[in-house]
Design a protein around this ligand. Sequence first.
Ligand SMILES: [Zn+2]
Length: 304
Amino acid sequence: MQKPSASQIDTESGLGYIGRFAPSPTGPLHFGSLLAALASFLDARANQGKWLMRVEDLDPPREPAGSAELILQQLLDLGMDWDDEVLYQSSRLEAYEEVLHKLQDESLCYPCDCTRPQIREMGLVYNGSCRERGAPPEMPYALRLKTDALEIGFDDEIQGHFAQQLEVEVGDFVIRRKDELFAYQLAVVVDDELQNITHVVRGWDLLDSTPRQIYLQRVLNYRPMSYAHIPIIVDERGQKLSKQAFAPSIETDRASDAIYKALTFLGQAPPAELEKESAEAQLQWAIASWDIRAVAKVGSLPLN
Ligand SMILES: [Zn+2]
């Protein structure tokens, strides 16, 4: 049987192509985050789609002031302009709360006050030990979504088929953290639905989260979407480029150098004569010749 293609998904929803870039504002755009931005931008534009912007600012202690504005300005300086208004997750707390209440009303989630050492003893897959607890504990607690043992699989446009049995491989997962912040898995699913996203193009480190997100979509009766996970960029120690690993900020006064290098990492083989062109000309070339199948089917690529 043929896998459902992206266009079939589009027909079902009647939405056309809607993609997005969803940075966490933990610091300026670096080469790793540029790659994810560029891949999602090119895939959207090459499919005559919309490219939406979502700032995932749900963890204030990890977000230096001004980071979101800086990332957005860097993207504009690079020539990647988005459609519609920027969606800030910090403005969406009521919507997440509402979904949480719905899941609680339907007894689909439950309080858990297990500690990190306890979970480590379980072998890192949460064993559901708080499922049958009666009243919520007095101590701060997380809320976990009940999972089942059915296999959840999907066909990633780059990485191929990927599947997990959540209950066995991941365990019931946190949708509201012990510190009362909404968990990434909940917010991303609620907002992909709100923004009518049809295509998710993002870093390979999130491949492993995708079955959880598909499961939550099904529980909430949301639309399915198509996924493509591009390789992440790692430094010489094999660590993902990140602000924590001191990845340098993209210098937008040398926008064309950054774009050319990113196109090379995305397997697009830009012609040598394009290297000296403007970032705008490079992006035009890249939209016209974008081939997602040329992106390397690996989890990570070394920067040097
Ligand atoms: Zn527990």
